[in-house]
Design a protein around this ligand. Structure first.
Ligand code: NDP
Length: 344
């Protein structure tokens, strides 16, 4: 069966030619007592953080552990939804639909319940379990309720706002009664934010790149209370310059820095001190055990009542994984980028 791997560690922006599709043998049966579950992958996620596992690392990036990195030829772990083909684990049986850490491959052999959970395959499209009801949606939820904790009426800014995490975060903030402005990389995305997603305002950061600080001043004449950062670098600096006293910045991701080792946010620390700004990085995984059930029930209800919109961008076939992934760094995707590897 097929899987996607890297030819060599990636330098700079990823391109399709950095990847290749290889074949390997996956046993479609399991040996009793092994605890293994064989999964036919249906929807696979492509995520910006994966670049940090497959890129060439500089010595300064020491926080990213060596074990986290992958080598050329390795299978690449990826979150996704699949159907159980065979199971030696008593928690799963053939035809169960599961979500969890799979691979960019047609089939995955996964070692038991720690990595997988069963999903109800009836109520929502299966893809939702890898998007709005999966880790992306959860990241927005944890960022909102555990990190930023906005109050009604507060002024909230979101970057990469039409993306997978940003679009859900912005919608939670609107439902909570905040004033929400998002930025994104095209007019089409700006229209989507102001239209379908109901943001109060939105702008194209590419056309404002000569002076992001003044742009934010225009969109937030009364200052920003909460900034949900997905991009880092200049936008983080500009946001800090426009934060109000006691403002909170949740650093969810810094996608503009992942592929450019020279790029580093250098916010004004005097601003941070005098305005008592809290700048907090977070990992959604830390909150999973405690908050996932609550997130799932709240977000399912919002979906049922049409209060939240699930944005998905699906490409067909395992071969489209490289272009889907590279597209994240070009801004090709609108909403959660997924690859449909097989039909349900
Ligand atoms: P998105 O769906 O938002 O896709 C990435 C988007 O980022 C692109 O569509 C593009 O949109 C924007 N982008 C790409 N390159 C740049 C750039 N150089 N400068 C500014 N914007 C850029 O991805 P996700 O929602 O999955 O992830 C968003 C962020 O959240 C990432 O930084 C990711 O690493 C992080 N993350 C963090 C987690 C955590 O636990 N802390 C968990 C999951 C995600 P545009 O057209 O607007 O440029």
């Amino acid at each position: 069966s097929k899987f996607v791997t890297i030819k060599a560690h990636i330098v700079g922006q990823p391109s399709e030619s950095d990847f290749e599709v290889r074949e390997h043998l996956v046993p479609l049966s399991v040996s009793p007592g092994s605890n293994d579950v064989v999964v036919k992958n249906l929807y696979l996620s492509v995520d910006p953080y994966q670049i940090n596992r497959v890129k060439e690392h500089s010595a300064s990036q020491s926080a990213i552990s060596f074990a986290f990195r992958l080598a050329p030829g390795d299978r690449i772990d990826a979150y996704g939804v699949g159907r159980v083909v065979a199971s030696a684990n008593p928690g799963f049986e053939k035809d169960d639909v599961v979500v969890g850490l799979l691979h960019w491959s047609e089939y995955s052999v996964v070692g038991g319940e720690s990595m997988l959970s069963k999903v109800d395959s009836k109520e929502f499209p299966l893809s939702y379990h890898a998007s709005v009801l999966g880790l992306s949606g959860f990241t927005a939820y944890a960022g909102f309720h555990c990190v930023c904790k906005p109050k009604k009426g507060e002024k909230v800014f979101v970057s990469a706002a039409s993306g997978s995490v940003g679009s859900v975060f912005g919608q939670y903030a609107k439902l909570h009664g905040c004033y929400v402005v998002g930025c994104a990389g095209s007019q089409k995305k700006v229209d989507l934010l102001k239209g379908k997603l109901g943001f109060d305002d939105a702008f194209n950061y590419k056309t404002e790149s000569s002076d992001l600080k003044s742009a934010l001043k225009r969109y937030f004449p009364e200052g920003i209370d909460v900034y949900f950062d997905n991009v880092g670098a200049e936008m983080l600096e500009a946001a800090v310059a426009n934060m109000n006293t006691n403002g909170r910045v949740a650093v969810c991701g810094v996608i503009s820095e992942y592929t450019n080792a020279q790029k580093r946010a250098a916010p004004d620390f005097l601003d941070i001190i005098y305005k008592r700004i809290t700048l907090q990085g977070f990992l959604a995984g830390d909150y999973l055990q405690q908050y996932f059930p609550e997130f799932f029930s709240v977000t399912s209800d919002l979906l049922r009542n049409g209060k939240i919109c699930a944005l998905e961008d699906v490409s067909p076939g395992l071969e489209s994984v490289p272009s889907a992934f590279c597209g994240l760094f070009r801004g090709d995707n609108v909403g959660k980028k997924l690859v449909r590897v097989a039909h349900e």
